[in-house]
Design a protein around this ligand. Sequence first.
Ligand code: SF4
Ligand code: SF4
Length: 395
Amino acid sequence: MANASLDKNAPVAVAGCGDYGTDEVREALSRAFDAIGVKGSLSGKKVVIKPNFVAKRTPDEAATVHPAVLAAVADVLHERGTGEIVLAESPGGVYSQARLRAIYASTGAEDVAQAHGITLNYDCGYREVSSPDGKVCRLYDIIDPILDADVIVDVSKLKTHALTGMSAAVKNMFGAIPGIVKFEMHSRYPDYGDFAEMLVDLCELLCGRAEFISVTDGIVGMEGNGPTAGKPKHLGALLVSRNPFASDAVAAALIGRDGEIGTVVRSAERGYCSAKADGCRIVELGASVGEMSKSGFELPDSADKNMIEVMRTAFGGRIYKLFAPYPVVDAKRCVGCGVCASSCPRKTIKMTKTKSEKRVPEIVRDGCIRCFCCQELCPHGAVKIKKNPITRILS
Ligand code: SF4
Ligand code: SF4
């Protein structure tokens, strides 16, 4: 049987859902599962839910999947007769039991798991997996519960993203890579184009190992400086598909960046989806993609990156260093915790002390690859992205 996750014509259900009322979310999700043909096929299978729990955040911050969506996913899976459901995530930063415990508590997953029959994963093991068909990456470390599942349910949050432009189904699977190994991946793929290809390689690998279903929580997404420092944005939709690449093509249109997101463009080049939403097989369930796309999402401050890519290709790396947006620390918000320094894949952030003995991070811009991990993982929103004034005018 052809792999539905790589089938360009696999349907993408877009279900309207105005808020996080438990019944409304469950009903919208159930209709979407039926629309993409997930009925009795999950019977007795071992399922892993991979949510977007990028950091220790609360549901109202819109950086993580809402607990009502997790609860509905579990209910809909149980209704379809699945076996054990495990929830597994390797968030940004260290992959440890203590960190998982803190994140499950803050995101609301702990309560949902107890009430809806989900086993929370605390096993921090991972294995090496080869990916002979990978375009840029042929070897990955992947966390055990994702490798051990018959079915992967990729539950993402629809957000803007400082590095990749958008975080949805494909980007969410980067959390299958354990903890700080993710920093190594940033370091190995400093070029944004290569990083996007690596994400597509990873998602393709996982789609080939297990049955794959993607659910994107776009009821309230995040706009601006996502994935953690943006603002909540109400959209009122859930996206469900067996094909995460096609789902992201539609998601890009919903945030107002139809055909512009690097991972979508590269997935389309490989024939896994259309580069634009109008080439996708969309099933609208009480939602209009055209109408919802009109308002779009506010872009992150790093959004000049596309133009920088063009300039870099034309003039070389020096131009990139001169004109690319760069991270700066807002001293008023910074508490000197050092998370940014330990998260930096290039070790280009040094913690120093001021005259008053306050610990402050100092970013050495020359070594910075503009991965924006420091912005993503700062727990206090103290890392901002600054645009070069010339780039701002040109863009
Ligand atoms: S992570 Fe944020 S708060 Fe902590 S030292 Fe870095 S900038 Fe300051
Ligand atoms: S300073 Fe920030 S953006 Fe630059 S390499 Fe380090 S983590 Fe990435």
